[in-house]
Design a protein around this ligand. Structure first.
Ligand SMILES: Nc1nc2c(ncn2[C@@H]2O[C@H](COP(=O)(O)OP(=O)(O)OP(=O)(O)O)[C@@H](O)[C@H]2O)c(=O)[nH]1
Ligand SMILES: [Mg+2]
Length: 564
């Protein structure tokens, strides 16, 4: 009698596992025994599925009675997700937000130092040689290089900066500081989100969530470990997009991107860290480490100004910055430097983490970041951050809100899918000022095109068919200044044609474009789309928008709950 075929996946398992050994069918299993075993396994699977269904129903019941709202922030890297999360924190848990302000000092220092090193790099004679052969694979894609003329920026020979060598020498200590800060902020030995950060003894509202943990392939839900409900993530169908610019990856699942990708690990040499963005894995304790500096005493009072602290620690980064402040100021105010930057079309004012107009204040020994400074600070997200709060007044009373902030870089998008299952609403951010920029992680891809493809993938997704979507067309302040500076949209989007190049026309065009994609591709024609033109670094305006978004989400959620 022919033996039933051994199941291949069982053979691959370790023979030393006693549980698997016990579960393995006997080698001499007869066809009847096999039939009985398969039936029993089938029955067991049905029972398990019934239990899963019961769990799902219970969760829906719980949702109904407890009124909880899960909001997912989505969008490409640097679209403003974390900044929006900061605005939610500022609005709903201001004490915790203020308590963390000191910790952002290190990020702001790093942002400032990075701007200085970008200037020096742009001015260096070697950069001229490199850029003359620019093939679009810029080493520093974060620098805004406006290439509308089609000419490599550095091909323009122009203003000489006579003091370049002297600046370089005086600012040399900052290069070392850049590495030190990068190293301090990154946490090399923690590459799994295993614990919650604690924030300086204040109420902890924001913490890492472990769903999918940022390393799980989107289409292998069984491999998703550590989900709070212990269940696998749903299978998500991610439509494959056709990429222009020869990009080989889908906008939602960025695996396969090779050029320019960033790691959360620190770089230890200046050549390594140069041009790379610092990201801190969300579970690390970086905020705690920087609350007062490693050797400082604890604050006498967080708000009284009696803090006795970091400026007395000779190793604190503030000393190197303070000493270099006159040279930084001179460099940034030097007319020859400014015109060289203009000639090379390097527009630092519009890049993330711009503090060059505030050197004096930021390098002061007792500098404490303001709310606005924290909102401007740039730190790339890897992993997923969850922020919870509830509102004690008004008709939103008692509702528990959970906001999830994800990493938007292509290699981070695989972590999104597990959150689609329980989500009530999505706030999608598209930075419309980025029409003339390329992705940091793949300089072949235009940022706006990536946003449009990502938007299409999200609105098309069937699993999200009944999820409310709010679209933030973000960075409108930068859009305005870019258009005012004469950058023309039609040089980058031919379809814009000869429409006027002013803010009203351009923003209307984008509103229409994103709206039309939703209308054409949504699997739920009833779904209303809410579009806001935003600048999420602006606290007053964003607070108003958040309040209206909150009301919309609550109303829509109530409607949906009645339909469950
Ligand atoms: N001027 C201006 N800057 C903004 C705006 N929104 C965000 N930024 C800045 O842009 C940078 C990037 O914003 P983030 O919130 O870190 O972007 P993100 O979407 O979280 O990016 P990832 O974490 O990489 O996915 C930060 O320095 C913000 O301060 C805006 O509307 N206007
Ligand atoms: Mg972020």
């Amino acid at each position: 009698m022919a033996k039933p075929k051994a199941e291949p996946h069982r053979r691959r398992r370790s023979l030393s596992d006693p549980l698997l050994a016990a579960l393995r069918p006997p080698a001499d299993e007869s066809p009847t025994e096999r039939e009985i075993r398969l039936k029993a396994e089938n029955d067991a699977r049905k029972v398990s599925e019934n239990i899963d269904e019961m769990i799902r129903q219970e969760r829906n019941e719980r949702k109904k009675s407890k009124a909880e709202v899960n909001v997912l922030l989505l969008g490409q890297s640097e679209s403003g997700k974390s900044t929006t999360l900061k605005q939610f924190q500022l609005l709903h848990t201001p004490a915790a937000f203020h308590a963390e302000r000191i910790a952002w000092r290190a990020v702001i220092y790093l942002n400032l130092v990075r701007s200085i090193s970008r200037i020096l790099d742009a001015l260096s004679p070697e950069a001229d040689n490199v850029d003359d052969h620019d093939d679009g694979d810029s080493q520093e894609p974060e620098i805004l290089i406006i290439s509308s003329s089609g000419r490599p920026p550095s091909a323009i020979s122009g203003t000489k900066v006579p003091k370049y060598e002297s600046y370089r020498a005086r600012l040399e200590p900052l290069i070392e500081l850049e590495d030190r800060l990068t190293h301090l902020l990154s946490s090399p030995d923690e590459d799994e989100p295993t614990r919650l950060p604690s924030f300086s003894g204040y109420e902890n509202h924001t913490y890492l969530t472990t769903r999918g943990n940022g390393v799980t392939p989107v289409l292998s839900p069984k491999q998703v470990n550590g989900r709070p409900n212990g269940r696998p993530a749903p299978t998500i169908y991610i439509p494959q997009q056709t990429q222009s610019y020869g990009s080989p990856v889908s906008p939602l699942n960025g695996n396969g991107s090779t050029s320019g990708s960033h790691s959360s690990s620190p770089s230890t040499s200046s050549t390594k860290s140069k041009g790379k963005e610092v990201s801190v894995h969300t579970f690390t304790n970086w905020k705690k480490a920087f609350t007062l500096g490693p050797k400082s005493k604890s604050p006498k009072s967080a708000h009284s100004g009696e803090i006795e602290g970091w400026w007395e620690d000779p190793d604190d980064p503030v000393h190197a910055l303070h000493a270099a402040a006159p040279a930084m100021l001179e460099l940034w105010r030097d007319e020859t430097v400014r015109s060289r930057l203009r000639e090379k079309r390097v527009r630092l004012e519009e890049s993330s983490g711009f503090y060059l107009d505030e050197i004096h204040r930021i390098t002061a020994k007792k500098y404490i970041p303001t709310d606005a400074d924290v909102l401007k600070a740039r730190l790339k997200t890897t992993g997923v951050v969850e922020h919870t709060f509830s509102i004690s007044q008004g008709h939103n009373r008692g509702v528990e809100w959970r906001i999830y902030d994800v990493g938007g870089a292509r290699n981070q998008r695989q972590a999104w899918a597990p959150y689609f299952e329980d989500v009530t609403a999505i706030i999608f951010l598209a930075p419309i000022s980025a029409f003339d920029q390329v992705l940091t992680e793949d300089p072949r891809v235009n940022r706006l095109e990536d946003s449009l493809l990502l938007w299409k993938a999200v609105v098309t997704n069937k699993l999200l068919a009944h999820v409310n979507i709010v679209l933030f067309l973000n960075k409108c302040d930068l859009l305005q200044s870019k258009l005012d500076a004469g950058v023309r949209l039609n040089q980058h989007m031919v379809s814009y044609g000869d429409r006027p190049n002013d803010y009203d026309s351009v923003s209307k065009y984008f509103r229409h474009k994103f709206g039309a994609i939703h209308q054409s591709f949504t699997p739920n024609k009833e779904r209303e789309l809410y579009i806001h033109l935003t600048a999420v670094t602006d606290t007053q305006k964003t607070a108003k928008i958040i309040q209206s978004v909150r009301d919309i989400i609550i109303k829509a959620n109530l409607r949906n709950m009645k339909l469950v």
